[in-house]
Structures are given as C-alpha cells and as structure tokens.
Design a protein around this ligand. Structure first.
Ligand code: BDP
Length: 702
C-alpha cells in the first residue's frame, strides 16, 4: 500500500522538530521517529514554545500555532498568504495547514493537531522537493469537512452477501465469524493509510443492519469503542449504521414509531450510552425503507420524522445522522412502463427539503440509479437547498469490474464533483457537498478553499483482509483517490493517480522508476472508459448477471421487479425518460440540463440510452450509429484489456515489480481479458441479432 517506510526517506534523514501537545501531535512525532530510526535523522518533540523555530537548528518544523501563545518564527511563515477574497490570512482553520520555507527551514504550521498530521503527509508526498530552497508558501484546506468511508461489513457471515457485502477483498478487517477480530494491528495500519489520503470518518458496519450488527448499538458497543480507539490517533471518527427498528428488536418496545415518546426516549438513552463509551463518536448512518430495511413508512411517518428523531437523540453530543436517500420500490411491476426507479429518490426527498434538522445529512448516491459505470448526476443534489447533502460514491467496484478488472474511478468522481447542475456559471456538485448554494457564493467553495459545513462526501470502502488490502492491488488507487478528491475536488484525477504511484511503488524501486511509472499510468488512466466500452452501452446500465452483478447478462434484470431496464427490441434500445413521451424524469433537472437531456440530439452520447429509446440507426453526435457504436466500443474494450495485459508482462520482464505482486496482477489481467471478451461477444451478438444491423467493418460477431 501507499506509505511504505521508504516513502519517508526525505524526512527520516533530516533534523525535525515536532512542536505542540495532544494525541495527534504524538502521532506526527511517532511517524517521524520511525522514519528517523530507519534513515538516520533526528527528531525532537517540544510541547511548549522555546526558541525561534526557524533559526536553522532544524530542517523541518511541524508546529501547532497555539492561540494566545506566540511561536517565534511562526508569523513569518504565513505572512503574505491571503484568503480567497484577498484579506490577509487570519486563521488556518480546522484540518488545514500552511507549508512554507522560512530561513532555510521547511515549516508546517497548523491550528489543530489534525492539520499538523495532514501537513506531515503532504511533506511525505513532496519528498525531497519539500526542501527545495525557493518553495512558495502554500495554504491547504479541505474543501469538505466530512470525508467518510462506509464499510458494508457484517459481523456474522451473511448467507448470501458473505462477510463484506459487495466486498471483493476477502473478509472484514474489523469483524470475523460473529465477533471482533481482536488483533487490531491492521486497523491501525488502515487508519494511517486513510488519514494520509484525507479521510476523517468511517462507518464500521453494513447499511443493511442484520441481527448481530444491530447489537453494536447496545451490548456490543465495546467492540465499536475499541475500533474508535485505534482510529482516534489518526483523526478519524467512527460512525455506526443502525437499524431503525432497534427499539423493537433490542428494546422490546411494541413500536419504532419515530413520534412515539417511548421510542424517542429509547434512542436518547442509547445515544447517551454511545457517547459515554466513545466521546468523539461521529453519528448514525441509516438505510431506511429501502431493499427490505425497516423505516418510518411502517408507521405512516415521513423520512424527515425518522431522521429528526435520531438527530434529536444525537444533538446534545454534536453527532450527525447520515440518512440515505437510496429509497425506491424494488418490487415494481415490470410490465408497467410508467414507473421509473430513477425518479424515486427525488420523489421521496425533494418535497421534504427544509424539514430536516441541521444535524441530519441526507446522503445521496451520485447517480439516480445505483453506481453504474455511467449515470447522470442525481437531480436530488439540486433539489434540496435547505438541507445538508452528502454525495455518495462506491469505491468497491460492484458494477465496475469487482476488483478483477483494472478500473480507476478517479476520473468518474472528478466528473461528478465538477459537474455544474445549474449550468456553466453556477456551483458544482462539490460545492453542494461543501455547503455552497446554487449560485456558488455561500459556504465552502469547490476550489479547495472554504470548508463551511456541508454534508460532505461519502464512499463505500473496497478494503478487506486481503494481503493487498483491495483484492486487486491496483484497486488501492481508488481508495486513495476518493480521499484526495474529497479533500480537493478540483484536483486532476490523473495527477492523483501519479501521486498514488509515486507514494506506493516508486519508493521501492532502486533504479530508474520511469518505466514503472509510465506503465502503471498507461494501464490505469483510461481504465474507467475502457470498462465503460466493455459493458452496458451509452449509459443504459445494468446488463449484469443478477445477484452478484459480475459479467454480462443483457436480459438478466429485464423482466424483474428491480426497475433496471433497457427495453431493447428489434427496432431500438434505451429508456424513454423524457417529459414528452416517457417517465418525465428529465423534468427533475433544473435548466439547462432538463432541456439538454430531453432532446435526443443534444443529450450527451454517453447518456443517450439512459434518457432515450432510439432506433439502432440513430446517429450519435460522434457520427456513428447506435448499433455501430456498440460493436466498435466492445471490440475496443476487449482489445484494451489485452493491451493492458501486454503492458504488465513487459514490466514483469524488466524486473521492476516484486514477483508476488506481478503474479497477482497477471492472474487478474487474465481474468479481465477473458471477461472483456465475454462482454464483447455477448453484447455484440445480442444487438446484432436483435437489430439485424451488420457491422460496417465486417468483424466476426458470434
Ligand atoms: C446496491 C448493492 C446493495 C446495497 C445497496 C445500498 O447492490 O448490496 O445494499 O446498493 O446502497 O448497489 O444500500
């Protein structure tokens, strides 16, 4: 994983001062100490100010700027730095840091211990260049305050979903066979990796809260406290997914009605006990009235009633409720063409805007359906200006190759975060997550400054007890990229990819790292598009094997109650979601996108079949027809998989990768090639037969 000891060479061979008090400052000190033990440098820990930190005694100073106590040399470090609006910098802010050269010393200055820790990891990323003579001073602040990973981990092995729901990396790092794992060494290592990527919150159990997991809230709370203890020194708060029916299931009450006094008292008491055990506990995550989970609908109450009840229980302790908007009917009548799952979250939640308490965060999947390789941005993100919204991504590759395919998702998330749902002059999705308003003026700004309270960014983790953490070793890049993009949504996802390569593999190479760097970059930079070319075309989605969701099955979900259809027939394919003749989903978007998506001519090619049912001969903006596009992309997708494999083989021959890693990735690439060819053959054969349209290039279609 990233941060091998070798990545600390530049720090570990120098003289460092760690200045400040507190648990996280201790973590900073410990990190530097370990590096020095390896590379021969020295580190001094100093709690109180003593002497000028920039007098040249040290090469690197990591200092906490304690209010009311002056640190000689510190003022000079941030002098000259300005806020966005041109005012001189007064406070660095929670989690932020200043990195500057002063008097030949590299100085990291932070207002809080967390900021100091993030500053340390920035120095690690920079390596030798952190000590360049004429580095200009930089101010770093996270764009969104809450950067969270949700684990879909079960304590018991679930009969269908296993230990980790949608997990492709072995068992849980927290739980095993009905209990905690006991040895938390790996959790500590995980906390360190997350903190170096910028993540500061983790939910430790599945959103589908089964029987044993429900008890984490009460008699198994100690297990959660043990995890919180390990995450704490890395600035990460623990959250818990709770079962909405807990008062019934655990408390023996006759109801879980959110307006019932007894129920409210039960939750208030439960929350109180949680904070007694875990004073910095983050809050609850709730999946309610969705895919069989209990919720307020049972009692004729709204999602605002449900969420607010929990919010009131958490309020005295500053906790939040992450209430998921993934609510839809998964038992619909597939013969009824007027129903549309894409509409569901908006239909349920938009009318509730303004009703949620301020410590409720409505957590919205980034697309209206379910983490497909391509979806438009969810219109819910535009519909709730008076609500704190969090945007949810899926790092675990459920629909994007299940960590058998290389699929670097940074570019997808970056597109979503940078999307401007109100048009080119208004705010981005990232600004909404940061707490900005539609016109982009209020709250945090998406350019990495700001940091006002918004709902933040959340993602489903892809980590398990696999020796490489993520099954596919290259899938680690997705975990890293999520954290980095949550910190700085405007960052170039390909630069983040290079950063990950540099922090993970390059420190281990003794000779010239360039061939390694180039090859990994080439294998990964376009891999999301490549997976898109392999799988369901033009945004139509699904076409996967039911249940586990790996590999092609064009009609697998076509005649089922899940609401995930493509409507292919002999004449055409795609879902008509227009106002004019379809489900009216396009009407959930503000202008200009509502009009753009409504029009088959203006709708972006990659989303055409998400919004329109068109004939196979329909000409795309690219100039190709739908049928020809399907053939071309699927031939290309399979070819790209083989090319990726050739790259890797060549790298193996160069001896730049360690043999075990080489073998693991090669084996996975074999599967990727097989799978991409299977996709190619099934999708092409299906549409060739349905449409009767020949391939213009006369290639073999089975
Ligand atoms: C879907 C998964 C399912 C999750 C659900 C969710 O298939 O396992 O429980 O999302 O987000 O993508 O709740």
């Amino acid at each position: 994983a990233w941060l091998p000891p070798e990545a600390f060479r530049a720090i570990g061979s120098r003289r460092t001062l760690v200045h400040g008090a507190g648990l996280l400052v201790g973590t900073v000190h410990q990190e530097v100490e370990q590096a020095c033990a390896r590379f021969g440098g020295t580190v001094r820990r100093q709690e109180e100010a003593a002497g000028d930190i920039c007098d040249g005694t040290f090469d690197l100073v990591l200092a906490l700027s304690a209010p009311g106590r002056s640190t000689p040399g510190a003022e000079a470090v941030s002098a000259g730095l300005r806020e966005e609006d041109g005012r001189p910098l007064e406070a660095i802010g929670d989690e932020g840091f200043v990195l500057a050269r002063e008097g030949g010393v590299t100085v990291v200055l932070a207002d809080t211990p967390a900021g100091l820790l993030y500053g340390l990891f920035q120095v690690v990323r920079l390596g030798e260049s952190a000590f360049d003579r004429d580095r200009a001073a930089e101010l770093h602040r996270p764009a969104v305050r809450r950067r969270m990973l949700d684990h879909w981990d079960n304590i018991d092995v679930h009969p269908v979903m296993g230990q980790v729901e949608r997990g492709y990396s072995g068992g849980s790092i927290f739980w095993r066979d009905g209990g905690p794992r006991g040895d938390l060494t790996r959790v500590r290592a995980y906390a360190r990796l997350l903190s170096a990527s910028g993540v500061n919150a983790v939910a430790v159990n599945n959103v589908n809260v089964h029987a044993t997991e429900t008890r984490l809230l009460t008699d198994r709370l100690g297990d959660v406290a043990d995890l919180a203890e390990v995450f704490r020194p890395y600035g990460i708060r623990v959250h818990l997914s709770v079962n909405f029916a807990s008062p019934v299931v655990l408390g023996g009450l006759p109801t879980a009605d959110p307006l019932d006094e007894g129920v409210r008292a039960w939750w208030a008491e439960a929350a109180g006990r949680v904070y007694e055990a875990i004073p910095d506990f983050g809050g609850f995550v709730v999946k309610a009235d969705s895919e069989g989970q209990p919720g307020p609908f049972t009692y004729g109450r709204s999602h605002a009633d449900g969420a607010n009840m929990l919010a009131e229980a958490l309020r005295p302790f500053d906790g939040v409720v992450n209430w998921r908007a993934f609510v839809y009917n998964h038992q619909q009548d597939w013969r009824d063409r007027s129903t549309d799952r894409a509409r569901a979250a908006f239909d349920h939640f938009a009318p509730l805007d303004g009703e949620f308490h301020s410590n409720v965060i409505v957590q919205v999947k980034h697309g209206p359906m379910d983490f497909q390789v391509r979806e438009p941005v969810s219109p819910v993100i535009t519909a709730m200006p008076a609500t704190r919204l969090a945007v949810e991504f899926q790092v675990t590759q459920e629909y994007t190759g299940q960590q058998r395919h290389v699929c670097y998702l940074g570019p997808m998330w970056s597109e979503v975060l940078g999307f401007r749902p109100w048009g080119p002059d208004a705010a981005t999705v990232a600004a909404v997550a940061a707490g900005g308003s539609a016109d982009g003026t209020a709250g945090g700004s998406p350019d990495g400054t700001g940091g006002a309270e918004g709902g933040g960014l959340v993602a489903v983790s892809n980590v398990g007890d696999d020796p490489y953490w993520t099954g596919h070793p290259l899938a680690q890049a997705n975990l890293y990229a999520f954290g980095r993009l949550a910190w700085a949504p405007q960052a170039d996802p390909l630069a983040v990819l290079d950063e990950w390569i540099d922090l993970t593999f390059v420190p281990l190479v003794s000779g010239d790292p360039e061939p390694l760097r180039r090859t990994l970059h080439a294998m990964m930079d376009g891999s999301w598009h490549s997976y898109e070319r392999c799988s369901a075309p033009l945004g139509v989605g699904f076409m996967v094997r039911p249940g586990h969701h790996y590999g092609p099955d064009v009609d697998g979900y076509e005649y089922t109650p899940w609401g995930t259809y493509h409507f292919a027939d002999r004449d055409g394919v795609g879902v008509d979601r227009t106002r004019a003749s379809g489900t009216g989903f396009t009407g959930q978007y503000p202008q200009p996108w509502s009009e753009v998506y409504e029009s088959p001519e203006r709708c972006p090619d990659e989303l055409l079949l998400f919004f329109h049912h068109v004939p196979y001969g329909h000409v795309l903006q690219s100039g190709s027809t739908v049928a020809q596009h399907i053939y071309d992309t699927h031939f290309a997708g399979a070819e790209e998989a083989s090319e990726s494999r050739r790259h890797w083989e060549k790298l193996g021959a160069s001896g730049l990768v360690e043999p075990m890693l080489y073998a693991r990735v090669l084996e996975l690439l074999d599967e990727q090639v097989r799978s991409a060819e299977e996709w190619r053959d099934q999708i092409n054969a299906y549409f060739h037969r349905k449409s009767g349209v020949p391939d213009a290039l006369g290639r073999l279609i089975p």
